[in-house]
Design a binder for this molecule. Sequence first.
Ligand code: SF4
Length: 437
Amino acid sequence: MIIPSQLLANQTSDPLSLAFDRLAPSGPMMDLRTGQPAPLPEWASFWSGAEPLGAYINIPFCQTFCQFCGFFKVKPKPSQLEDYIRALTIEIANQGRLISGLGLKLSAVYIGGGTPSVLTAPLIDRLFSAINKNLPLKPYCEITFEARLSTLDRPKLLAIFGGGTNRLSVGIQSFNTDVRQQAGRLDRHEEVCEKLTKTIEINPGLTVLDLIYGLPGQSLEIFGQDLALAAQSQAQGMAFYLLKPIPGSNWHREVKNGLRPPLEGPEHLSKYYRLAVEHLTAAGLERISTNHFRRPSGDRNIYNHLSAGRHSIFALGAGSGGVHRGAHYFNTREVESYVEKILSGSEAVSTFHPAKPNYEILNNLSRQVQSGLINLERLELSEALRERLSALLNQYRTCGLMQPAQGGLALTLAGYFWSPNIEYALRSLTDQDSKEK
Ligand code: SF4
């Protein structure tokens, strides 16, 4: 039984900084880089039994672009927002009929982007009236609306909360003026603090904040100030993301063309991760995923839990992606073509990737890593695969990435930081095992 050496961790006295040479790709869509799209399925039978179920609604517009961003987004042309919402509300009605007809109910709806808060207040009203009229929402369904403070005002906030949002997700990234300007964010430190306070004051739901670490110009000291300001705010949850050179972003292009030095590597970034965990824990917040903390009984984080755990997600809007039982699909990305398709009565889905035969094992492995507790005894595995995965986990244990705990092997601080590598390695070995059969 041989485990490929690139999946093994380094034996080192500092596993947090040096357990691997580089960070593995992360995220639910990482398996889609290979494989050809297949014909679209019959949707009613595809979705049957999708429980728990979340919905992602994409608003792919941004007024200005951040330097680090690799997401698909466009700058809205005049009247494009209006046309988009007209098409999106039709798609919501059509798809809502489909899932209601199957007796399914949504546990979480995530309105993301792009920047949903570029919509005007009347368009936000129209979007929520389509959601509330057509989508089957469970009682206490989590409804998240993503916002950038520079695009928010009182009428929009009233429309966002009046429509049913109970979780406002605000992308702060950093409070520091210099760091923000380098990253292409508009507001200065004082404006961010003032707008955040006002936003939280109006908010009858809860606010969660996103921070990024490893941004150019952001020292450990500045990140410590970012964490302190986030913890002092009344936000009920906060996530901190590591800056990666994302293909398609300005910074990735500039590094590739030699116009700026490479972004910091994991050895440096791991120090920021430690600081975030220590700081937020000391401030009384509790960990609810590898990179997300909340105040006790605060943020439920249901949608992100569904997405990271590869549960079923129903996709609406241009460029959004859905998943169910290991199969993925994507809606047409180009906004004009999406609008045209919907208005002419066609469906928006453009590509479909069927599930791998071993998707259940893969999903369960991902969920265990995300939860921070790994227990192979809870999974249905062949003896050969169980032996292989156990050998890998044992190697990780001796390298300081996990330790025995009640109910399995618990990730250490280093294990949490390197969780993308652990997840990637467990999934790779499982795939290799399937191919050998
Ligand atoms: S990070 Fe968000 S706000 Fe910035 S360009 Fe990307 S999608 Fe738009």
